[in-house]
Ligand binder design. Structure first.
Ligand code: ZN
Length: 212
């Protein structure tokens, strides 16, 4: 029991620290963005609704049973279903970060991105941390069809980009999910900086070599 409690305490503190770090660097703003972690028991901790990621209280994080029922803490984010559909398709992943980070959202609004992979393989680190980035079609907030669309894309990739909304990224650990989300945001920024220029993304062979 002690070990379970200490895992949960450590996880609560880690969620608060990551939220503060993302907020202070302008990767999220207002009460947007949410973070979750699935504990080894299958239970889940998630940031609450209307909470700034810059000022989270570890004791008030929303807690879910392994069956996905809210059992304790503040009311969960309305976007809890985005996290749940990533976890149900990615059993090996234990953390999800969702942001409305500016450059990633900008890419999600462009009319001419490839819906199967919204960003080109600009750097090795992007390929290693993110890989393919399917675009999920736009649905209004709270539309259950969005959950189905995310689940469909999450089968193929641990990172998806919601059209006119933002990225949802799963990781084996909270740090993995955080770093992949940051790599995605920086790559989106590079992509926008390079718009209109002739670019030389990694070749298929160069991409394959990174996955070995
Ligand atoms: Zn959102």
């Amino acid at each position: 029991m002690t070990a379970v409690l200490s895992e949960e305490t450590r996880t609560r503190d880690a969620i608060v620290a990551v939220g503060k770090s993302l907020f202070e660097r302008g990767l999220t703003f207002g009460s947007t963005g949410n973070i979750s972690v699935r504990l080894s028991t299958g239970e889940m901790l998630m940031t609450p609704t209307n909470a700034s990621l810059g000022a989270l209280d570890p004791a008030r994080l929303s807690r879910f049973s392994a069956e996905g029922v809210h059992t304790a803490g503040d009311t969960p984010t309305k976007e809890a279903f985005l996290h749940q559909c990533m976890y149900c398709k990615r059993p090996e992943h234990a953390a999800v970060v969702h942001l409305h980070s500016t450059h990633s959202v900008a890419v999600s609004i462009l009319a001419d991105v490839d819906p199967e992979d919204a960003l080109p393989p600009l750097t090795a680190y992007y390929v290693m941390r993110v890989g393919a980035l399917p675009l999920v079609p736009y649905f209004p907030p709270g539309d259950t069809a969005l959950a189905e669309a995310v689940a469909l894309k999450a089968e193929k990739s641990h990172a998806v980009l919601l059209a006119n909304h933002g990225p949802v990224v799963a990781g084996r650990t909270l740090a993995d999910a955080q770093y992949a989300t940051e790599e995605l945001e920086e790559t989106a920024k590079l992509f926008l900086l390079l718009r209109g220029s002739a670019i030389r993304p990694l070749s298929d062979e160069q991409r394959r070599a990174l996955r070995r």
